[in-house]
Design a protein around this ligand. Structure first.
Ligand code: FMN
Length: 315
């Protein structure tokens, strides 16, 4: 079980606080990083993400977003020197600006180029290369050709988020595409998409009993105890949630000052679903501007709002 890379949400502070409060998941992925130019080092923001000091006590896989194989290999060399054991390529990002540059899921439009890229990356990277992919741009029929490209390369793992770029995060993931990959791919396969509660997980594993790795994103933001629950453990108590929140907020304050409030609001977009009245909770948080207002709003929430019976993200 792993935590999905989520830009602005699952950075190093989130990973540290999560592992401390709820026990480390098997793996955490960094949100996507742009590789530095060949010969250069990672910039300050990216460095904070990959600095081994910030990732102690749990297994982290850095994710890169690029279509330049030389830069990918250069970044993989830097990451290998830091002690990382795998590097992940982002072939799923649906954002318009990323796709327009032919990166993320935009790379799935140029399969010949992607084939050459993966040949070079897998051959020259000192670290095993895993890929996180969508199954197409417009239509899931594109996936057959995409998978045929992946099959030619010795990927460490293929993480399938079975939506197409056009779906963004809407609609139902096409789990059959994952199932087909799981049974036929020559490399390990992982599943990602809409596993928000224990029942979602059980249904996936029942349909695809060979499932070995599930990556959790929004579900884990709404319910940081989800990983523990999928292993048969307890849901989060109010005290646990409050402690998790407070540690995360104070860590952000220490790193980015007043902007911590804005950062936390992004988390609350998901975390509101831990409460019985998510809208009331979200409204109260959204109104807070300054750190003190925010602290007061959140204290009120944790001490007066009822928890949801089952914390579960809903779009
Ligand atoms: C705000 C946001 C940021 C994301 N950032 C990344 C990213 O940096 N790299 C990546 O591969 N996927 C990214 N994703 C996609 C997630 O990793 C994941 O594939 C998606 O949320 C579906 O999984 P879920 O249904 O468990 O949330 C992002 C998604 C969201 C909503």
């Amino acid at each position: 079980m792993s935590l999905a890379p989520m830009e602005g949400l699952t950075g190093h502070l989130f990973r540290q606080v999560h592992a401390t409060c709820f026990g480390a998941l098997d793996r955490y992925y960094t949100p996507f990083l742009a590789p530095p130019r060949q010969g250069s080092s990672f910039g300050k923001k990216a460095w904070r993400e990959i600095d081994p000091e910030n990732n102690r006590g749990f297994d982290v896989v850095p994710q890169l977003l690029t279509k330049n194989a030389d830069e990918f290999v250069w970044a993989a060399c830097l990451l290998a020197d830091l002690g990382y054991r795998e590097v992940n390529l982002n072939l799923g990002c649906p954002s318009g600006t990323v796709v327009a540059k032919g990166k993320g899921s935009g790379f799935l439009r140029s399969l010949d180029e992607l084939d050459v890229f993966l040949g070079k990356a897998c051959d020259k990277s000192p670290l095993p290369v895993s890929v996180k992919t969508r199954i197409g741009i417009q239509d899931d029929a594109e996936y057959e050709a995409i998978l045929a490209v992946y099959r030619k390369h010795s990927l460490a793992e293929l993480i399938v988020h079975p939506r197409v770029q056009k779906d963004r995060y809407q609609g139902v993931p096409r789990q059959e595409a994952y199932g087909e990959t799981l049974t036929t791919a020559p490399f390990p396969v992982a599943y990602n998409g809409d596993i928000f509660c224990v029942d979602d997980y059980k249904a996936l594993v029942e349909t695809y009993p060979a499932t070995r790795h599930v990556m959790l994103g929004r579900g884990m933001l709404a319910n940081p105890a989800l990983g523990r629950m999928l292993r048969g453990g307890a849901s989060a108590t109010r005290a646990e949630l409050e402690d998790f929140h407070n540690r995360l907020f104070e860590a952000y304050v220490a790193e980015i000052g007043g902007n911590a409030v804005f950062r936390m609001k992004e988390w609350w977009f998901y975390a509101q679903h831990a409460f019985a009245n998510p809208r009331t909770v979200h409204r109260a948080v959204r109104k807070a501007r300054k750190i003190d207002e925010y602290r007061a709003a959140v204290t009120r929430i944790f001490h007066t709002e009822a928890l949801a019976r089952t914390a579960c993200f809903s779009a």
